[in-house]
Design a protein around this ligand. Structure first.
Ligand SMILES: [Zn+2]
Length: 426
């Protein structure tokens, strides 16, 4: 019998709670979370005191604006100054179940609470059900990806094969022999596994049993999703989590962006002014954990760029959605009020097989930004038709008009940036 991956909620009461009531729920949790952070995490107390914020006054979602942001980029420094957790830990270290190490030698604490990272709801809502047999290809060493997903999946009642990173041939073999029907990891590694299988004469859809892949960590274009679905019979859903925060957002069956995970407050802020943005406007994702008495991060700046949509979702869940992740804030450039990001340049270029390299160049002419999309193509390629199609694609992906400039591959230097900002601000 086919499993119903599209219906049902992990926590119906909370996920479908009308927004007015959910707001009240979040605000009650917020008051508690701020008090825990203030009384037990010395770095948070100092931060609030320095900003002259009385923790008892943080009662409404709007009040959060008074709380200074703790950027992810400041963690390494904070931890070096006050090892190992920078004064952000709210318990004695003996109460930790594990300590992970993220790139940049950042320590990530994990408490002993069940479903500490709040990923069970994420995986259930993305479509995993008890009895699914899943290959988990996130790393099990040092970084939390592998274990945080593993425990959430086994918590749901799935069976997990801890594949970890790499070793494609063995992973492919066990996918077939154990007839695994689920995959967790980056989408490109699943594609690589499929290609390998097909190179050895197998038809992935016929010879394997893969039904659903839940992915994170990479851009998933609509086209790649479509290929998975139509050619290989695999449903792909995305989620967004980090090593510090755990779950942040997840896709529901509607595939219209990623719902904010419950038990978190997710904000999208203008990185320059720190002000809240309107739906559709890209800005930095800032997250507050509401139920983490171990590592009570209040307004943690992820450095990730996204935008949100608060229009009702037909799935019935009431939390807003992140439309998609655009990349890192510090790699983006703001052009005529819109962010452009290296990932968008890659996305546009990927639509055209003729394009060998692409780069977006931002310049200032008078008081106007000028955007040029510079591409390398083979000299034999007809440029006229390509330029028009390219401009149309740029408008749809970047929401900006751009001029197109052609070059040959040799004119690009290897390490050249995808977004080259030539504006000088005096
Ligand atoms: Zn939905």
């Amino acid at each position: 019998m086919a499993v119903d991956r599209l219906g049902g909620y992990h926590d119906e009461g909370l996920e479908t709670l009308p927004w007015d009531e959910k707001r009240g729920f979040l605000e009650r949790r917020l008051q508690r979370a701020v008090l825990i952070a203030f009384h037990r995490a010395p770095a948070m107390r100092e931060k609030l005191q320095a900003a002259r914020v009385d923790p008892g006054q943080i009662r409404r979602l709007e009040d959060l604006e008074q709380v200074p942001i703790t950027p992810k980029s400041s963690l390494a420094k904070l931890q070096a100054a006050r090892p190992p957790f920078g004064g952000l830990l709210a318990v004695d270290p003996s109460e930790l179940r594990r300590v992970y190490v993220s790139p940049g030698a950042i320590y990530d604490p994990e408490g002993r609470q069940p479903d500490f990272w709040r990923l069970q709801g994420v995986f259930y809502n993305a479509g995993f059900r008890p009895g699914d047999r899943i290959l988990n290809t996130f790393s099990y060493h040092l970084t939390p990806g592998g274990l945080m997903c593993d425990e959430a999946l086994t918590g749901i009642g799935c069976t997990v094969v801890p594949g970890g990173v790499g070793n494609a041939d063995s992973q492919l073999q066990l996918l077939a022999q154990l007839q695994l029907n689920g995959y967790v990891g980056v989408p490109s590694f699943l594609l690589a596994l499929i290609e390998r299988a097909e190179q050895s004469g197998k038809a992935f859809r016929r010879d394997f049993n893969m039904e659903i892949a839940v992915t994170a960590g990479e851009l998933l274009t609509a086209q790649v999703r479509q290929t998975f679905k139509e050619r290989h019979g695999i449903l792909v859903r995305q989620f967004y989590a980090t090593a510090d925060l755990g779950a942040i957002a997840y896709e529901c069956p509607e595939e219209r962006g990623m719902h904010f995970a419950d038990h978190r407050i997710v904000e999208v802020l203008d990185p320059a002014t720190g002000k809240h943005l309107q739906p559709g406007e890209p800005g930095e994702v800032v997250v507050t954990l509401l139920d983490n008495p171990v590592y009570p991060l209040i307004r943690f700046g992820t450095g990730d760029l996204s935008a949100y949509d608060d229009a009702p979702c037909p799935c019935g869940r009431t939390s807003p959605r992140l439309t998609r992740l655009l990349g890192r804030v510090d790699q983006a450039a703001k052009v005529r009020g819109m962010f452009i990001h290296p990932s968008q340049v890659v996305e546009v270029a990927a639509q055209f097989s003729e394009i060998q390299i692409a780069q977006a160049i931002v310049e200032r002419e008078g008081n106007r930004d000028r955007l040029t999309f510079r591409v390398a193509v083979d000299p034999t390629v007809s440029r006229e038709g390509l330029a028009a199609k390219l401009q149309e694609k740029i408008r749809s992906v970047m929401k900006l008009r751009a001029e197109v400039a052609f070059a040959i591959k040799e004119e690009f230097q290897e390490a050249e940036k995808r977004v080259l900002d030539l504006r000088r601000w005096e």
